[in-house]
Design a protein around this ligand. Structure first.
Ligand code: PEP
Ligand code: MN
Length: 249
């Protein structure tokens, strides 16, 4: 890892104003680069799907506090809304938008990239698809870049692949470190690691974060919640801030 690692931390989903305010204080203390304030949550089965537009003000609150927000966007309209909300209130802020693993419509991927391309204050993170396939992963990168965004504002994220039978550690999504490193090499893009959606349970998140250090990732995105057991999404895998502090990246 040549440069300073990128650290993104915060709850899986923004659930309430109080929860996000508390997380902003914790994130600020630790000087994270971006804080997860996810407003739109695609779920495996219907459930809490995030605060949506009602939560845009929370992105602004973080930016006003000097903590750069990060949120998943599912549609180009979400990207537009988040950019307008944050930059009209806090022109100095930076904003991370990301395309999640389930969002595998290449047309939508390119349109989101097109919107993100318009403003240099936006970093676009792109996660790999849920199933293991190197061509598809390269294809996502190609579609995103065809939206015209500068390569230095695109960050890739390895969040593992759905287990296909070979899963000795019992991870929720199995990393393919070699593939991630090849994609990093072939694309020349920054590549971070997601120990939360690979690990899937606290002990495994800590374990896989250590394991991934052997590879040349450029940072991490970690789910951290004030009260993980009662989290509305991904309760099993979210760390407390104390546990987060045990990860030395
Ligand atoms: C997330 O990061 O909130 C998420 C849903 O992860 P993924 O898209 O990797 O499943
Ligand atoms: Mn999650």
């Amino acid at each position: 890892m040549a440069k300073k690692p990128i650290i993104i931390a915060g709850p899986c989903a923004a659930e309430s104003k109080e929860q996000v305010l508390e997380a902003i204080q914790e994130a600020k203390k630790r000087g994270v680069d971006f804080m997860r304030i996810s407003l739109w949550k695609p779920r495996t089965k219907p459930g809490f799907e995030g605060l949506g537009e009602d939560g845009l003000e929370l992105l602004v609150t973080a930016a006003r506090a000097g903590v750069n927000p990060a949120t998943e966007v599912i549609m180009p309209e979400h990207a537009k809304m988040a950019m307008t909300a944050v930059f009209s209130a806090v022109p100095k802020a930076r904003l991370m938008l990301w395309i999640g693993s389930r969002n595998q419509n290449h047309y939508i991927q390119r349109e989101i990239a097109r919107v993100a391309a318009r403003d240099k204050r936006v970093i676009l993170m792109v996660k790999n698809q849920p199933w293991s396939n190197e061509d598809h992963w390269e294809g996502i990168v190609g579609h995103v870049l065809s939206g015209g965004i500068d390569k230095d504002r695109v960050v890739l994220c390895h969040r593992g692949f759905m287990p296909n039978g070979v899963n000795p550690h019992g991870y929720k999504n199995v990393p393919d470190y070699a593939m991630a490193m090849r994609i990093k090499e072939k694309t020349g893009l920054t590549m971070i690691f997601d120990p939360s959606h690979t690990g899937g349970a606290v002990a495994k998140v800590l374990q896989i974060a250590r394991e991934a250090k052997r590879y040349d990732f450029d940072g991490v995105i970690v789910e951290v919640h004030r009260d993980p057991v009662h989290a509305l999404t991904d309760a099993k895998q979210q760390l407390t801030w104390k546990q987060f502090d045990q990860l030395t990246v």
